[in-house]
Structure formats: C-alpha cells, structure tokens
Write a protein that binds this ligand. Structure first.
Ligand SMILES: [Fe+2]
Length: 316
C-alpha cells in the first residue's frame, strides 16, 4: 500500500515536471517582432467567400508562469482546430489583458513569444492591465492601434477600446458611424475588453447601471450586432439581451478564481460563419498537470466544501 502510494506520488511529480517543459522552453525562446493589429488586418482583406471561422479568447495575462503555461496549452489546441479541414480559420482575437499586471515591457515580449506560436494572424484588444502605469505605450509599440475596424469576407468587425470601462461621447460617435458602415455586411461583431453587461450575478464587475452600458447595448440592438465578445471576467459566460449575444471569454490563461461550475475554467471559443449563419463552440482546456495539482484542484475542493457547509457559488 505504502509502495503504491509512493509510486503514485512519483508519477504525479514526474507528470508535473514534464508539464512545465513547454513554459521553460518559451522563456528561452528568442524574441521576434510580431505584426501589429493594422498589419494583421491588412492580411485579411483579400479573403473571399462567406464560409470561415475565427477563434476568440481573453485574459491570457502574459508574464506570470501559471498564465503562460496554461496559455501554451490553449495554443497547442488552437493550432489543431483546422484538422478536419471543414472551414478555414482566418484569425485569432484576444479580448485584452494580454499582459500580467502593469503592462510591463517584459510581459509584452513574453506575449510576442506566445502569439508567435499561434498558427493564424492574431488581433489583440487592450485590457485594463495592458494600460496601467504607462503600459499603453508598450501596447502601442508592440501591438499598435487599440481601436479600429476591419472587414473579413461577409463580416464587419469593430474593436473597441474600453480598458478604462467607460466609453466617451467621441467613441460613441465613432462606434455608431462604424455600425452604419457595417450594415452593408451580413454579420457584425464587436471585440472589447469589458462587456457592457456582466451576466454573472456574483461578479465583482457591475457595468449594468452605467449609462455607457445602456447606450452600447441599445446601439448593438439597433444595428443588429451578431455577437459582442469581451474578456475581463476570468470565466466563460453566454447570454442574449435585446437579440444580441454577449459572450464573456476571459479564461485564456489567467488563474480563474470563479468555480468551474459557474464558468471559471480555461477555454477559448471557435466561431463558425456559414454564409448567413453563425454559431460557436467552447473548447474547455484542462490545465497543465503542475497547475492542476498546485491550484485548480484546491480551488475546486474549496468550492466543494463551501457548497457542503455553506452555499454554492463564488462569494456569497
Ligand atoms: Fe484580466
């Protein structure tokens, strides 16, 4: 019995160490400059036909070993998305918080190393962590513009910069002018860091009572936006309000604090555009073994016990 236990412990330690190799190799990798957002969208212009896919994730928070290790596992899975050769994947979009906490240059360099491993062009929105303490300068240097629109096949995409949560009157004028242009296209998608509505009752994020939230949602409804993608909350959530789908996808690498049963898991989203139709699938990713035994296992054990002795859910 004692021997079996010892073998089990050795096996877990060995698997944990092995699961650390990709992140160790990442840090040894040489930094190569990556395309800016404008260079990336330039490549999409020539795509033709109304059948395609794209991948969305958020909050990889590069520069912290737990996040980078998990994000590498997401990348490995993303890179296999075209294995059935059904639809071409055109690009991957990151909903922001590309860096760990204060938009440090070293974190942007790690992010470049990470995104260089993704098979498809990557578009990145700006998150509050990328902007902090002058980090926006590094965002401009490594990623470029934080607010722009682009066309890919039959769809119009708007990337909105709301890292400080609020949306200014000038941004609303720009957004509406973009939505008017988007009317000529079959589908309209918005990428932003913070969703105008948090669909998780127990979240710390409460945008719903602000005027920017109401105005954004009314505009999306008026112009028939298909999906608004956001990150910020480190979880997956899907809700429809006013005929518009709001997807929160903030499980791109950052340690999720929310219970798995409420959407607190690592994941990315694959969106498929079939001419007139749009749908999506969520790819839930099991954490690297070392991260499971040091964090995720204990997080779920904590919520399990909390459910037994107190109540289910995140905080209250
Ligand atoms: Fe975040």
């Amino acid at each position: 019995m004692k021997r079996a236990f010892r073998i089990l412990v050795i096996a877990i330690v060995a698997a944990s160490l092995y699961s650390l190799t990709p992140v160790a190799l990442l840090y040894l990798r040489k930094h190569v400059r990556q395309p800016t957002n404008s260079e990336t969208v330039e490549k999409l212009k020539s795509n033709k036909g109304g059948y395609f896919g794209f991948i969305v994730f958020g909050d990889n928070h590069a520069g912290f070993i737990f996040d980078d290790s998990a994000f590498l596992k997401l990348i490995r899975n993303m890179n296999r998305e075209d294995r059935f050769k059904k639809l071409p994947i055109d690009f991957v979009a990151n909903m922001g918080d590309v860096t760990f906490s204060k938009g440090l240059e070293s974190d942007y360099i790690t992010y470049d190393k990470l995104r260089s491993m993704i098979k498809w062009p990557v578009i990145s929105a700006m998150g509050n962590h990328d902007y902090q303490k002058g980090g926006w300068r590094n965002f401009n240097k490594y990623i470029g513009s934080s607010e722009f629109s682009f066309v890919d096949r039959n769809s119009y995409f708007i990337v909105l910069d709301n890292k400080i949560t609020d949306i200014s009157p000038e941004q609303f004028l720009w957004l509406e002018s973009e939505l008017i242009k988007a009317l000529a296209y079959k589908h309209k998608f918005i990428f932003m860091h913070k969703s105008p509505i948090s669909s998780y009752q127990q979240s710390w994020f409460r945008p719903e009572l602000s005027s920017w939230s109401y105005k954004t949602m009314k505009l999306c409804q008026k112009y028939g936006v298909d999906i608004v993608f956001a990150g910020h909350e480190h979880m997956f959530r899907d809700n429809v309000f006013g005929g518009v789908r709001y997807l929160t996808s903030g499980g791109g690498g950052m340690l999720t604090q929310i219970p798995e049963s409420d959407g607190g898991f690592l994941h990315y989203i694959v969106v498929r555009v079939y001419g007139d139709y749009v749908d999506y699938e969520v790819r839930k990713i099991f954490p690297p073994v070392w991260e499971f035994v040091t964090y995720y296992m204990w997080k779920e054990a904590f919520y399990y016990l909390k459910g037994v002795f107190f109540k289910d859910g995140f905080l209250f």
